[in-house]
Design a protein around this ligand. Structure first.
Ligand code: DQA
Length: 152
């Protein structure tokens, strides 16, 4: 089976973007770590990044469809700042039935107040926060555990 790793706005800038907050790993590094985790877990991992909110909405809907067909376990989703703004993305998760592990590289709970609220957390299967880019392989592992228990 397979899983998607969806990265949202500005995550294409990983490595050079506020390295004190997000570290020095690039998106390519993160995606390579996800592929390695996929090999370990026996999971085909598909990684995508977009800066566009609507594209994330479409990808989440696709996850719901392909999950229903038994092809996908779900997705790891770092929605970046859309986490804190996007009712559309929340509705996509809730409406599609997609199994989503929400992920944040930084510990959003010890940052600015506007990062403390997530529209996604109430509809996510689980949340991984503040573990740096090491959170991605952990999130993939979590996704397989959740899927095995049919949790979402
Ligand atoms: C982020 C946290 C968000 O608040 C921020 O807008 C991002 C990245 C993280 O991975 O820590 O773009 O999702």
């Amino acid at each position: 089976r397979a899983a998607l790793v969806l990265n949202g706005p500005n995550l294409n800038l990983l490595g050079t973007r506020e390295p004190g907050v997000y570290g020095h790993a690039t998106l390519a590094d993160v995606e390579a770590d996800c592929q390695a985790a996929g090999l370990e877990l026996g999971l085909a991992v598909e990684c995508r990044q977009t800066n566009l909110e609507g594209e994330l909405v479409e990808w989440v809907q696709e996850v719901g469809r392909r999950q229903a067909e038994g092809e996908l376990l779900g997705a790891v989703l770092n929605a970046g700042a859309y986490t804190h703004t996007s009712i559309a993305l929340r509705d996509a998760v809730a409406g599609s039935g997609a199994r989503v592990v929400e992920l944040h590289i930084s510990n959003v709970h010890r940052r600015e107040e506007f990062r403390q609220h997530s529209y996604l957390s109430p509809v996510a299967a689980g949340v991984i926060v503040g573990l740096g880019v090491a959170g991605y392989p952990l999130a993939l592992r979590a996704l397989t555990l959740l899927a095995a228990q049919d949790l979402r």
